[in-house]
Design a protein around this ligand. Structure first.
Ligand SMILES: O=C(O)c1cc(=O)[nH]c(=O)n1[C@@H]1O[C@H](COP(=O)(O)O)[C@@H](O)[C@H]1O
Length: 244
């Protein structure tokens, strides 16, 4: 929004604060990811490097995306899930890249989450509770005591007690998780879809506006932005909708 300064003509539009959105740069190569980071960087707070990009490009992906995005925070989404000693080693291996966030699966349990937190103290360890692609019947099939809302709350509480400083849950559970863990823990919600957007493999979803209204601190959005004809514009539109 531009401000009018008396006697000084029209002041240049103040750059809007970047929206609390992490764009999932799930791209097949570094060139594509860098182009996406350049396009969305002005509009969003965070850039997410996940398995597709990291397994192909390694640490260079983190450095290149950070630079192309204008220094935005990097969310390294490796979803570590192994014995505590192995996860600690993995977290130590990426700690020097200084990602703002690093994901582990909450299902790895207390000792594993604690090991990750101790190995990368300058990074917020994010515990992923129940994947947003999973429906109630998927939880039953793997024998996870549900319904999903109960499993998510239980895993969130366990994770925070073990040293996680952020939680991933679906936007449908974010209000319940906030009630469970209180303030001071970042609640991160993938499974975010603007009204009418294709769900793809996501099942527990909500709109960006609803996720924010329910208390999410950071919204993860991938394909609705990265598969758009103009990703920069798609990111700007979501950012504008969140500001309203
Ligand atoms: O940890 C995550 O970021 C994550 C957890 C989860 O439960 N669900 C989930 O979709 N994600 C990630 O969020 C992104 C969602 O992408 P889109 O479905 O394309 O918006 C992907 O990069 C997923 O890996």
């Amino acid at each position: 929004m531009s401000a009018q300064t008396p006697g000084a003509g029209t002041a240049p539009a103040a750059p809007a604060a970047p929206a609390p959105v992490a764009v999932a740069l799930d791209a097949p190569d570094l060139g594509t990811a860098v182009a996406l980071a350049e396009a969305v960087g002005p509009h969003v707070s965070t850039l997410k490097v996940g398995l597709e990009l990291y397994l192909r490009e390694g640490a260079e992906a983190v450095r290149a995306v950070r630079e192309a995005g204008g220094g935005r925070e990097v969310f390294l989404d490796l979803k570590l899930h192994d014995i505590p000693n192995t996860v600690a080693g993995g977290a130590r291996s990426v700690a020097s890249l200084e990602p703002a966030y690093l994901t582990v699966h909450a299902l790895g349990g207390t000792a594993m989450i604690r090991a990750a937190a101790e190995a990368a103290p300058r990074t917020k360890i994010v515990a992923v509770t129940v994947l947003t692609s999973m429906a109630e019947e998927d939880l039953q099939a793997i024998g996870l005591a549900g319904p999903s809302i109960d499993a998510v709350r239980r895993l969130a509480a366990l994770s925070v007690a073990a040293g996680a400083r952020a939680i991933v849950c679906s936007p449908r559970e974010v209000a319940a998780v906030r009630a469970e863990v209180g303030a001071g823990i970042d609640l991160i919600t993938p499974g975010v879809r603007p009204a009418g957007a294709a769900l793809g493999d996501q099942t527990r979803v909500a709109t960006p506006e609803q996720a924010l209204a329910d208390g999410a601190d950071l919204l993860v959005v991938g394909r609705p932005i990265t598969a758009a004809a103009d990703p920069g514009r798609a990111a700007a539109e979501i950012a504008a909708a969140l500001r309203r």
